[in-house]
Design a protein around this ligand. Structure first.
Ligand code: CAA
Length: 297
């Protein structure tokens, strides 16, 4: 097994910033890359705020916050990642964008480094074969919010060397996560089961089975879920979930994965969930108010 010392993360959005944070918090020297200084600053600020909130809640020691930040650096230059042992990609859910990021990275990255993608739905094999090292390529799928969610899906392709899979499983454990192994099938384990469920919640809303808050309360209190499906959609991002569902529909050609019409309209209208301030709920008020007009005539 290879020893991972230096970690790189491509993308400092919702997922990338969380991944960079837990890597740095777990003792790895971590460099996170964004395409612009502005996006980088936003991502690094998110990390700092999460750590600060952790200190306020008594979950993170002040010196741990400082140590984490000292192990973390941000960059807009791919060259800064050249010495990384493992680079985790968390850029937008678009195959071309991901391939482009890997290709720029590989111009300077050392040969033995392992590449991983945090994709939720794209084919790991399709990404791996576009790189110079498909045998050193895996999927490493984290869950939102990354610092709080225990699970990591580790995905090997039929080209992945067993030692590389073992190295990454060990890395996930070092982050304090619980790794599960899965094959390269769109959606892996969790989204294969989760996506039809959350899309069905939108269909139930469209059909008038229940209101936004009643659907959420129903699943929260009736099934013991930590949050209802529409609140979860707002957390993950309605745009992100739409793209995931669309890719899964394309792979399986099964209507369980087909995004419902309301979802597409919400994406087009900028109702992307918490990150845009509104989705199924409006986040301008506290507590957030259900947007019941979404299904009214
Ligand atoms: N630093 C450290 N710890 C923190 C923290 C911080 N900034 N903020 C919160 N915590 C801790 C809290 O102290 C608390 O710890 P205890 O359980 O020990 O008390 C714990 O984290 C939970 O936090 P809260 O009590 O503030 O919040 P909560 O109980 O409402 O839980 C949640 C929040 C973890 C997000 C929970 O609601 C949950 O699990 N929701 C479901 C999320 C989910 O399903 N995510 C998966 C989405 S799918 C995906 O990501 C994959 C994909 O491909 C689409």
């Amino acid at each position: 097994m290879m020893e991972i010392k230096k970690v790189g993360v491509l993308g400092c959005g919702l997922m990338g910033s969380g991944i960079a944070q837990v890597a740095a918090q777990s003792g790895y020297s971590t460099t996170v890359l964004e395409v612009s200084r502005e996006l980088l600053d936003t991502g690094l600020k998110r990390i700092d705020q999460f750590l600060a909130a952790g200190v306020a809640k008594g979950k993170v020691r002040p010196e741990e916050r400082q140590a984490t930040l000292s192990r973390l650096s941000g960059t807009t230059d791919y060259e800064s990642l050249k010495d990384c042992d493992l680079v985790i990609e968390a850029v937008i859910e678009n195959l071309e964008a991901k391939r482009e990021a890997f290709s720029r990275l590989e111009r300077s990255l050392k040969k033995e480094a392992i590449l991983a993608s945090n994709t939720s739905s794209l084919s790991i094999t399709e990404m791996a074969i576009a790189t110079k090292r498909p045998q050193r390529f895996v999927g490493l799928h984290f869950f939102n919010p990354v610092p709080l969610m225990k699970l990591v899906e580790v995905i090997r392709t039929i080209r992945t060397e067993p030692a590389v899979e073992e190295t990454v499983v060990g890395f996930a454990k070092n982050l304090g996560k619980v790794p599960v192994r899965t094959l390269d099938r769109t959606g892996f384990i969790v989204n294969r089961l989760l996506v039809p469920y959350i899309l069905d919640a939108i269909r139930a809303l469209e059909e008038g089975v229940g209101s936004i808050s009643d659907i959420d309360q129903g699943m929260k209190l009736g099934c013991g879920h930590p949050m209802g499906p529409l609140t979860l959609l707002d957390l993950v991002g309605i745009d992100t979930t739409y793209y995931i569902a669309d890719i899964m529909f394309d792979e399986f050609r099964d209507r369980r994965f087909a995004p419902p019409p309301l979802m597409k309209r919400m994406v087009l209208a900028g109702f992307h969930g918490r990150k845009t301030g509104r989705g199924f709920y409006d986040y301008a008020s506290e507590p957030p108010r259900a947007n019941d007009f979404l299904t009214q005539r």
